[in-house]
Design a protein around this ligand. Structure first.
Ligand code: UTP
Length: 230
């Protein structure tokens, strides 16, 4: 296919709330199926979601250090990957890769690769950025539960404004001011540095409607575009 694109997508925790359900995962799988049926190649990173945060909270109370908590988050994000693989069936590579190298090898089969985290100390958003770089993706799409990057946390500050564009530099400033604990890598500095160096066109979008992924691929300007090199 002439217009075949390579797309890396990170699906945030909103798809995997503590009260897990199949419905939203089915809807996502349908969208992803349409995208590959149009000839595109997909690499998907799933977040840890509510279950990861629940396990991390309990582990922390039991005395686990942050690296152990991170590892729990990684393991749960991988379980979430298997849920999406279950619905994608034959379109997906049946195994969740646990290294960038394996992910690249699996991606060469042409199947949708679905994976979770890799190593402690960062978020699945950073994993998506590293994978976007590794497969030389045309797009990196980060599907969250809000419309994009805001001037402040829109769930707390009602005056927060959504930005159509933001420079990687500005995002890094915001990220460095935020928290970096297991379960809460709000804006992850590593993710932003990798986006900056790889220069892969990156968009934060609202993934509550998975069709927003298709809209972004078609060039509709929704969400927030991360501008690099300015
Ligand atoms: P995320 O925080 O990336 O999941 O991973 P999420 O649920 O998608 O988060 P949102 O929705 O984007 O906010 C869950 C946890 O797993 C650990 C971290 O502790 C992270 O908070 N993790 C994940 C790692 O330590 N390394 C990884 O490569 C990925």
């Amino acid at each position: 296919v002439e217009n075949a694109l390579k797309i890396a997508v990170k699906i945030g925790g909103h798809l995997f709330p503590t009260e897990l359900g199949a419905e939203k995962i089915i809807e996502y799988a349908e969208t992803l199926t349409r995208i590959v049926n149009q000839g595109n190649k997909l690499l998907v990173v799933t977040g840890g979601g509510g279950e990861a945060r629940k396990y991390i909270d309990i582990a922390r109370k039991l005395g686990a250090d942050e690296t152990v908590c991170d590892q729990i988050g990684i393991d749960i994000s991988r379980l979430n990957a298997y849920l999406l693989i279950s619905k994608l069936g034959n379109l997906a590579y049946p195994e969740v890769p646990t290294s960038i190298k394996d992910a690249k090898i699996f991606f060469q089969t042409g199947k949708i690769v679905v994976m979770g985290g890799l190593t402690p100390g960062h978020s699945t958003t950073a994993v998506g950025a590293l994978m976007a770089e590794a497969i030389k993706a045309d797009f990196y799409i980060i599907a969250t539960d809000v419309d994009g990057i805001y001037t402040a946390d829109p769930k707390i500050d009602r005056k927060a404004k959504k930005l159509d564009k933001i420079t990687a530099r500005k995002m890094l400033e915001m990220a460095l001011a935020g928290k970096c604990w297991a379960g809460t890598y709000a804006l992850d500095p590593l993710a932003i540095k990798v986006i900056e160096r790889s220069k892969i066109p990156t968009y934060y979008i609202n993934g509550r409607d998975p069709k927003n992924i298709e809209r972004t691929i078609k060039g509709e300007k929704i969400g927030t575009h991360v501008v690099v090199g300015e």
